[in-house]
Design a protein around this ligand. Structure first.
Ligand code: ACO
Length: 327
């Protein structure tokens, strides 16, 4: 197919979720909250919690192994492993390094990405860039988190929101004028660094907080999320010469059903074109989009020719989206 443009397509996906379920009823026994409040305000019913000794790298490696199997590639054919995570096993070696070891991906470069909940889209965008530039053929992109390790289980404002899990996708070189990744948008705004942050997670001390915890101004994050996710989606659609009417499926970051609903409404998308699985897993940060992508495929909600938009926001602030014509 000479003369065609070099782009990337998704050649395999996988997911890994811890077995243990933490339901809203369980949380009612831990903090002053209710199933009704959580269901109505956020849309979560339960979330998965990693077992003792089950780390981000373990979930990432399981999801990656599934993606590799689906792609039919050998581990040695992976050129780069990118892991979006805010809860690595440790700062170094990276989670990507641990995944490389687990898979035997001996020819892969390895890098963790710190972009909070937008980590998977940042990784996917870098994967596309490397492939488009002709430097690489197969890039494994993972979002993996053990959020339960950084949740303050006494803080009802945040502890009800998060869950653990991992999702993976392999981006492979594809020659096509019309299919595969069409456009990306990455963004950030460090002016809003106070809205969402992780205490005691680096060299900066937090003398007033005795632990490594997620701190959040929920209302403000909510507003920023809706605005930036909407703008990112419009941006990638325009970049691909499309409009919201062309979208077959939107996979948004799963942080709150009301955020997802507000973005979908502004885009004019009906419910059946928006993938939502937050009820089952809560907010798994960088993992929500690849887990959802995996489940959308399992449910037959993506077919050849469909226009998929993935769209996320996170601490930083970070935000980003990607438009893909599925093949
Ligand atoms: N159970 C019961 N009541 C609660 C709970 C709870 N778990 N949490 C808060 N409340 C109470 C509050 O105390 C408040 O009570 P008051 O009216 O007596 O003061 C009331 O409920 C309303 O609180 P709000 O904060 O105004 O509730 P809101 O509708 O904004 O919902 C929420 C809060 C769910 C956090 C929402 O703002 C949200 O989803 N924000 C975005 C969160 C998010 O996406 N975070 C991103 C993480 S991504 C990353 O990068 C890590």
């Amino acid at each position: 197919m000479s003369g065609c443009k070099l782009t990337a397509r998704v050649s395999g996906v996988g997911k890994a979720l811890p077995e243990r379920r933490l339901t809203n009823a369980d949380l009612e026994k831990m903090v002053d909250t209710s199933d009704e409040w959580i269901s109505q305000r956020v849309g979560i019913k339960e979330r998965r919690i990693a077992a003792e000794g089950e780390y981000t790298s373990h979930l990432a490696s399981r999801a990656a192994a599934d993606a590799l199997k689906m792609s039919g590639l050998k581990a040695e054919e992976i050129d780069l492993i990118l892991v979006g995570t805010s809860t690595p096993d440790m700062v170094y070696p990276s989670v990507a390094c641990q995944v490389q070891k687990a898979l035997g991906a001996v020819n892969a470069g390895v890098l963790d990405i710190s972009a909070a909940c937008t980590g998977f889209i940042y990784g996917a965008s870098l994967a596309w860039g490397m492939i488009k530039a002709g430097c690489m053929r197969n890039v494994l992109v993972i979002g993996s988190e053990v959020n339960s390790s950084v949740v303050n289980w006494k803080d009802r404002d945040t502890c009800i929101l998060f869950g653990d899990g991992a999702g993976a996708a392999i981006f492979s070189a594809h020659e096509s004028e019309t299919e595969g990744v069409l456009s990306i948008k990455l963004g950030g705004d460090g002016n809003f660094d106070e809205l969402l942050y992780l205490t005691n997670s680096g060299c900066r001390p937090f003398p007033d907080v005795a632990g490594r915890y997620i701190m959040m101004q929920g209302n403000e994050v909510f507003k920023q999320a809706v605005r930036n996710m909407y703008e990112c989606a419009i941006n990638v659609l325009e970049g691909a010469g499309l409009t919201a009417a062309d979208v077959s499926l939107l996979i948004p970051h799963q942080a709150n059903t009301r955020i997802i609903g507000a973005v979908a409404k502004r885009l004019g998308l009906p419910d059946e074109k928006v993938f939502v699985n937050i009820a089952d897993y809560g907010n798994t940060s960088a993992a929500t989009i690849p887990i959802a992508l995996c489940e959308a495929l399992e449910q037959g909600r993506l077919k050849k020719g469909d226009v998929l938009v993935i769209d996320a926001f996170g601490a930083g602030l970070t935000f980003g989206a990607m438009a893909i014509r599925w093949t």
